[in-house]
Design a protein around this ligand. Structure first.
Ligand code: FAD
Length: 417
């Protein structure tokens, strides 16, 4: 009898899991269950083209026209799974509907953290995660309006850039002493700060929002030091929490994310988890990590599908993330934090530039400012843990692809010798 694979969560990772299962030869039924009303779509445009240029929030669907039918994937939208019984391999959805599975993939994603302060429910105060959130926010970004971004992370800064493009007056309030938090460190993030200041954004570091005020609709943002900032719109972008309550409720091991091994397997037999909802083992890093990134939502489903279909291959990649703000494309490789020694090739914001963070002669992480064309060789150097001279990295006349090539040859020679 044919077996059933059920995927809970029809976001990017859930959609990719369905595609990957078919690619790996899964012959049975595939049921893809998602709470949102839409078929799976990619989220990166939501804070960028959707806000800055009025693009359709569903402009990058995961399934092309006719692909769901061609792959025989049964998608049910508007279906929230309420409880799992992993012993009986059964789940319950809204209205008491029950379904059974032979293999289960959890792809429940993450949800934005809310600010627990007075006025957080006022009209004009937004979060940004879904197409519906973007549809609600986009028409609010009207020229001349004052917009406060609470949180100077990637989402906050992308929305700041989009709001500036729309002609809004923009302030970013960040609780820490620098933007972007752990992902970049102060040495690097100051370049983003300069960029935003150049573009007319007011940046308030070490600022805590104490309340949103207004009668019915947002009028002012009150900071803990008593400052009142007039604002018609506020967007809270203070990070996300892994959506792991469903898994935790079913007894799966979770620690701020569903714990998985390098094959995307959870602590329960027959249950895998992928994407933003996980704290997954990455063999390249040699540890578990929680990542909210497009690439993880692409790759982890492939790892799970291979394991489910009997061809397991461990997850082992150098983490990669990108952001677009104004005309800048910034890409981060590795998870270094950029607190240590930095070597620069080029000058950021003046043209293509790359920062390398070195440790014991190896590149721990790299930030590419408008230098995405070099991502491949830089990633290879990091992946191979190649020893590279700082002078060679800094010298624009030394081609990075040549450094990567000789590092790869050296690694191959080591393996064969
Ligand atoms: C605005 C924005 C911009 C971004 N930009 C970038 C970028 O530039 N670069 C980058 O690398 N990454 C970016 N990301 C991150 C990237 O989009 C996410 O990492 C990716 O979407 C994660 O995919 P996912 O499928 O794991 O989770 P999600 O996309 O969150 O999907 C999870 C789905 O599961 C559903 N669900 C949850 N619980 C249940 C339940 N119990 N029953 C049924 N359904 C359920 C949710 O409704 C949701 O639809 C961005 C994210 C956002 C929000």
């Amino acid at each position: 009898m044919s077996e059933t694979a059920v995927i809970v969560g029809a976001g990017q990772a859930g959609g990719r899991a369905a595609q990957a299962l078919r690619k790996q030869g899964w012959q049975g039924r595939i049921l893809l269950l998602g709470e949102e009303p839409e078929a799976p779509y990619e989220r990166p445009p939501l804070s960028k083209e959707v806000l800055s240029a009025g693009a359709d929030p569903l402009s990058v669907p995961i399934f092309k026209d006719g692909q769901l039918a061609a792959l025989e994937v049964e998608l049910e939208t508007g279906f929230r799974v309420e409880a799992l019984d992993v012993g009986a391999r059964r789940l319950a959805g809204r209205g008491g509907r029950r379904l059974v599975w032979d293999r289960l993939v959890l792809a429940t994603g993450a949800r934005p953290r809310r600010l627990a302060c007075p006025g957080a429910e006022l009209e004009g105060v937004h979060l940004l995660r879904t197409a519906a959130d973007a549809r609600a926010l986009a028409p609010e970004l009207v020229e001349g309006r004052s917009v406060v971004l609470v949180g100077g992370g990637f989402i906050g800064l992308e929305v700041a850039a989009s709001a500036r493009k729309r002609g809004c007056r923009v302030t970013v309030v960040e609780a820490a002493g620098h933007l972007i938090g752990r992902a970049m460190g102060p040495k690097l993030s100051r370049h983003l700060r300069s960029l935003h200041i150049e573009q007319g954004v007011h940046i308030r570091l070490s600022g805590q929002v104490a309340a949103f005020e207004g009668s019915g609709r947002l009028e002012t943002v009150l900071l803990a030091d008593g400052t009142r900032m007039p604002a018609e719109v506020a967007v809270v972008g203070i990070g996300c929490l892994a959506e792991d309550a469903l898994a935790a409720g079913a007894g799966l091991a979770c620690e701020d994310g569903i714990l998985t091994d390098a094959f995307a397997a959870t602590s329960a037999p027959g249950v895998w988890a992928v994407g933003d909802c996980t704290r997954h083992e990455n063999r390249w890093l040699g540890r578990r990590v929680r990542l909210e990134s497009w690439e993880n939502a692409e790759l982890a489903p492939q790892v799970a599908a291979k394991a489910i279909c009997g061809a397991p291959e461990p997850y082992a990649v150098v983490p990669w993330f990108w952001t677009d703000q104004y005309a800048l494309n910034l890409q981060l490789l590795g998870l270094s934090g950029f607190e240590g020694e930095l070597v620069w090739r080029g000058r950021p914001l003046e043209g293509p530039a790359i920062a390398f963070e070195l440790e014991h002669g190896m590149i721990r992480g790299s930030a590419l400012f408008d230098a995405g064309r070099e991502r491949r060789p830089v990633r290879q150097l990091i992946e191979l843990r190649a020893r590279v001279r700082a002078e060679a990295l800094a010298d624009p006349d030394v081609a990075l692809r040549d450094l990567a090539k000789s590092a790869a040859e050296g690694a191959a020679a080591d393996e064969s010798g």
